[in-house]
Design a binder for this molecule. Structure first.
Ligand SMILES: *Cc1c(COP(=O)(O)O)cnc(C)c1O
Length: 712
């Protein structure tokens, strides 16, 4: 049905041929990430050999090709395991065979979801953070809802960077090669059996891109890759790194993603009903669509042709920060994209469409303005972000009041089966109706939680925290030894962290606006919290962009506190924040802290994940929290804007510590005769029941299908 089906079949058959017969059903499972949100998926692979599974980065293709034959034969002789494998394979097969949902999109005319990054699973290193993970969650949810969709992205050969922190707290970056031949993906071939390729004019080169296909359940994700022998070394480098620092290369990436993506879809015989540009990076696709419209209907005027393009395109903006909406000077644009501009027939129009004010030739051009001008529908990702985006982009719509700027919002949500794990998943599966996740967006689904005994909710919370604390301890000791810390500091982690202690998490991209520095602004109060009579423990994680020296210094300043009394055993910075680490942190933390400088948090999604694990939010009233907080389902810090950043920082840090000292810590320790903190558990219950239905990807994708993809 989709291009590359045959290539997948061949790869599955080749892999199956190397396996003992009882393990052969796993070959197909391995080439479709659907296993990663099946209840018994990861556990089944791990049961083959836990050590290899961990060493392979939970990549099933590597597990099945790199595990020694003797171990595979041992697994094949384990009848219980073989029965599990058969059940898993059948479950996924049945999932694949459900009929598609009918609506605007159909398998012949799917939604083409285009994005610079996709966070599907830790073993596929083509994501950096929230944007990509949201994109991955959308593909997974589309598969669950049987909404016809294909993904379009780039296959980064070295992905995003990995992080190491040295003894001074300074971040170092390194990149690892991702070999597509070892990833669960196949190269798409054309009808002649040769690799399917498209070309994209970049600078003076016609860059050739090949296409990989990764299956995310029923949704094929197509990834363009310029590492081809025909290309120059620069051409081959284009799809090398996600968020490459070199601006010219970034422009080349946008051309390959946008223009190349639309060309690849055409070459694969896919005619999307809707192009969903997720953030501005793929916006150049509109020029390819313009060319397609003109080729089909040569008589159209420019306005009519653009109108036809606009009818096919919807756009989601994610970034209320200038750095995320970057712009390029005329020379930069024409240097890399001059031939694309000329091919559009109107070089000046090409530049003008990316400007805030098209009539100002001195203004630089960017992808967000282009996408807003050439899409029929645009949306922000939370209610408050909608308002911020309308204000920010008002100049693009002269004569309209802020409220009249045509940007609506669809608040983000998270894919429940991906982010709900461990004891809390067991609890919800016990108490909610069978198959409840399909109806996660319905408040009724969560209603049975009202009757769950407080002691049972608390037991699940404590079990989840204990799993996390075990992980923190192991990682902290390992990281400290590797950094070359003194032995007493490394072993302080072993004796320090406590599975029963209030555990507070802060993990996210270390952009300055996320304000991790507030934690260190009042060091005496932070140290008192970890060292007091009722100590808390902190866990931090996050990567700073390699060029963001200010964000790196924030971590270094936090590290100056590490030898203060009590800190070594009660605070840890875990390196290399990624999907697997995020999954464990959000499942285990009691309190999830978010301190964005309002109004710069478009939505934020890690807090929604932590809700599923029974975590309570302590957050600035910005992004999703501004519409989620009801006074009883978490804690809030003022979300007002303030141009005096220093004053705002002191005020918000003060509120943060006030809340922790006067509300969070006392409530955690206020126990009944059985040791259950009743008020705490009631807040958890309310948090799950109010946020659970509203911030699931199920609700989000249904909204996209009904309000954004459907033409009204
Ligand atoms: C969810 C997630 C994010 C995004 O979290 P925010 O709350 O938007 O900061 C970033 N990185 C990883 C690894 C995640 O899982």
């Amino acid at each position: 049905m989709f291009a590359g089906d045959r290539d997948i079949d061949v790869a599955v058959a080749e892999l199956a041929a190397t396996l003992p017969t009882p393990l052969q059903p796993l070959a197909r499972v391995a080439f479709d990430y659907r296993w990663c949100w099946a209840a018994d998926g990861a556990a089944t692979f791990a049961a083959i050999d836990p050590g290899h599974w961990a060493r392979c980065g939970a990549n099933p293709r590597r597990l099945l090709t790199e595990t020694p034959p003797s171990l595979l034969r041992r697994a094949a002789a384990d009848t219980a395991l073989v029965a599990r494998i058969e059940r898993l394979a059948q479950e996924l097969q049945a999932d694949r065979e459900r009929p598609w949902r009918t609506g605007t999109a159909s398998p012949q005319h799917p939604v083409a979801f285009c994005c610079a990054e996709f966070g599907v699973h830790g073993s596929l290193p083509i994501y950096s953070g929230g944007l990509g993970i949201l994109a991955g969650d959308i593909l997974k949810e589309a598969s669950d809802l049987a909404l016809p969709m294909v993904g379009i992205g780039l296959m980064y050969r070295t992905g995003y960077f990995h992080q190491r922190i040295d003894v001074t707290g300074l971040q170092h970056e390194y990149w690892l090669d991702a070999d597509p031949d070892r990833l669960p993906c196949v190269q798409v071939s054309g009808s002649d059996g040769q690799p399917l390729t498209v070309t994209v004019p970049v600078d003076s080169e016609d860059v050739v891109a090949q296409v990989w296909r990764v299956d995310v359940g029923r949704v094929p994700l197509y990834l363009l890759d310029t590492d081809r022998p025909e290309n120059s070394q620069v051409g081959r480098w284009v799809t090398s790194r996600l968020y490459e620092s070199n601006r010219a290369i970034r422009l080349a990436q946008y051309a390959v993603l946008g223009v190349g993506g639309a060309r690849a879809l055409q070459a694969m015989g896919i005619e999307p009903a809707v192009y969903h540009l997720n953030e501005g990076h793929p916006a150049l696709a509109v020029y390819e669509l313009l060319g397609q419209v003109r080729a089909r209907q040569p008589g159209l005027s420019d306005d009519e042709a653009w109108q036809r393009v606009r009818e096919q395109v919807v756009f989601t903006t994610h970034t209320p920060v200038a750095a995320g909406n970057e712009t390029y000077a005329r020379d930069e644009v024409l240097g890399m994209l001059g031939r694309l501009a000329d091919a559009s027939g109107d070089r000046e129009g090409f530049l003008a469409r990316g400007r805030m004010n098209p009539a100002q030739p001195g203004q630089p051009s960017g992808m967000t303005a282009l996408a807003l001008r050439t899409s029929r529908q645009a949306n922000a990702v939370s209610q408050r972000h909608g308002d911020v985006a309308r204000g920010m982009w008002q100049p693009l719509f002269p004569g309209r009041a802020r409220e009249g700027v045509p940007i609506t919002h669809v608040t983000n949500g998270v894919h429940v089966p991906t982010w709900l794990h461990g004891p809390m998943r067991d609890l919800l599966d016990r108490h909610l109706a069978a198959g409840w996740m399909v109806h996660a967006d319905d408040p009724e689904t969560w209603a049975p939680l009202a009757a769950v005994p407080a002691a049972e909710l608390w037991a699940a919370r404590c079990a989840a925290r204990a799993q996390l604390v075990g992980m923190i301890t192991r990682h902290a000791i390992g990281h400290r030894l590797r950094r070359g810390e003194p032995l007493d500091y490394a072993s302080a982690a072993r004796d320090g962290f406590d599975p029963a202690r209030l555990t507070i998490g802060f993990a996210r991209r270390l952009a300055t606006y996320k304000r991790l520095h507030l934690v260190g602004l009042m060091p005496e109060r932070a140290i008192a919290l970890v060292g007091g009579e009722r100590p808390v423990q902190f866990v931090f994680a996050g990567k700073a962009h390699p060029d963001d020296h200010e964000a790196k210094e924030v971590v270094q300043r936090l590290f100056t506190l590490k030898r203060a009394p009590g800190v070594a055993g009660r605070a840890a910075f875990l390196e290399d924040y990624d999907i697997p680490l995020a999954g464990r942190l959000v499942a285990g933390c009691d309190v999830w802290v978010n301190l964005p400088r309002p109004p710069l948090e478009a939505s934020g999604t890690s807090g929604m994940k932590s809700v599923l694990g029974g975590g309570l939010q302590l957050s600035v009233l910005d992004g999703w929290w501004a519409e989620a907080y009801d006074g009883h389902n978490g804690w809030a810090i003022d979300g007002r804007e303030d141009s005096d950043h220093a004053a705002q920082d002191w005020r918000d840090a003060n509120t943060l510590f006030d809340l922790l000292e006067r509300q969070v810590v006392p409530m955690f320790h206020e126990r009944d005769a059985d040791g259950v903190p009743l008020r705490w558990v009631e807040m958890m219950r309310r948090s799950l029941m109010t946020h659970g239905p509203r911030f699931s990807a199920t609700r989000m994708l249904r909204e996209y299908a009904q309000r954004i993809y459907t033409r009204h």
